[in-house]
Ligand binder design. Structure first.
Ligand SMILES: [Ca+2]
Ligand SMILES: [Ca+2]
Length: 77
């Protein structure tokens, strides 16, 4: 039982680490595009990057009209 708890905790820990650690080049690209620094990339901000602009609708999974870092890092580049 104890081993099970430790396994689950380790799995959860691995997941949250992966969430937190986007590759540095993705983080850099995100910050470069997020010109007003609000933590989201709007369609307007995406316009300066062809790849992101084209993938925008696909990447905006919750349909709020902006990309958060989690959505942004799923764009293939
Ligand atoms: Ca922004
Ligand atoms: Ca979104």
């Amino acid at each position: 039982m104890k081993a099970m708890v430790i396994l689950v905790a380790a799995a959860l820990g691995a997941c949250s680490t992966m969430e937190r650690e986007a590759p540095p080049d993705v983080v850099r690209a995100f910050r470069a595009l997020d010109r007003n620094g609000d933590g989201y990339i709007t369609r307007d901000e995406a316009r300066s990057d062809d790849t992101v602009a084209r993938a925008f609708d696909l990447a905006d999974r919750n349909g709020d009209g902006k990309l958060d870092p989690g959505e942004f890092r799923l764009i293939p580049r």
